[in-house]
Design a protein around this ligand. Sequence first.
Ligand code: PLP
Length: 404
Amino acid sequence: MSFDSRALRRQFPLFTRQPALHYLDNAATAQLPQVVLDALIAHETGRRANVARGAYPLAEEATEAYALARERVRRFLNAASVAEVVFTSGTTASINFFAHGFGARLGAGDEILVSEAEHHSNFVPWQQLAERSGARLRLLPLAADGRIDAARIEQFVSARLKLVAITHCSNVTGALTDLAAVVRAAHAVGARVMVDGAQAAQHGAPDVQALGVDAYAFSGHKCFGPNAIGVLWVRAELLETLPPVFAGGGMVGHVSLAKTTYAEPPARFEAGTPPIAQAVGLGAALEWMASLCWPEIRAHEERLGRCLLDALAAMPDVRILGPREMRERLPIVAFAVDGVHPHDLTQVLGDYGVCLRGGHHCAQPLHAAFGLEASARASLALYNDDADIDALLAGLDRARTMLR
Ligand code: PLP
């Protein structure tokens, strides 16, 4: 299928809303195409039952639908096996899960490396792990343009380093991390690499085998899928060694009064009734993404991102956070306007139908590194077009006049 942003936009019921919305908060959550809504309704109305429990046909159909969703995630990630795909409630849950599972083996003398650019979801779990395990949390600094300075990782690798937990793409600057450099340096000392893919996954399927990472986390709602579903992918050879974090139904082999044995992965890591319809919806969203022409989408997103960056760069009172070149980032653009608080700015823009986020975007250490408390952020997705950028720029002019 070839790319046509208007045709694509028509697949999203939200965009029939009047007056029209300029939705530029896709880094917070993406909209749902009709095909995903249809899949959710079809499942909940025609196949709703618990999974991996009942033997009657309805339960078997639900179990098959859940298994198909896992296979679709496997294909999206190009993972080697469905056994490596654990469903969670989102990126935050995936990272916390990994921090508890992998973290169980860490202790004093071990080191965990994160960057200063992380979302709180990939920072606080490691800070907590360091506090409870005695491991040392180290921080990979930023380069002058706000990118993670992956070239400096060599200064942090030693036999003590056990894990690098790093974002694929910053949710503030849109900057892409040089994961190849991170993986090379970490693996040279036997350390593992866990990647926060919350932002990158929306902009094209990450190939976990090509990336060479050990674990990858992402959320359904940022990939045109439902809320309350996410994925933790962990390389089989590592996942098999992790202890289960949650215990209960569905994750056991056999339970006796004296002892419990566990099921094989991924069931071992999915205690209790899973988010079944949400997984089915995510599977539909990833299949929909797979049906699109990504080179054209990337070119479209890159062109729009460049338009926005160029227009903002031409404004003397605007400071763009992060790299200026689109080849180093995804179309997530945070900026600060002199003398205008981002909350006020985004409120005024909201009154004009332009949906932008203002705040610290759950990245306070990164904002502190920029000497800011907050910023405004426009994050583009495949259905955005020139009219959205024009509306943002016009709104910015009006807001500036009103707020000063
Ligand atoms: N990591 C990054 C980079 C994010 O942008 C986000 C959400 O914005 C998260 C983690 C957390 O994702 P969720 O709220 O879906 O768990």
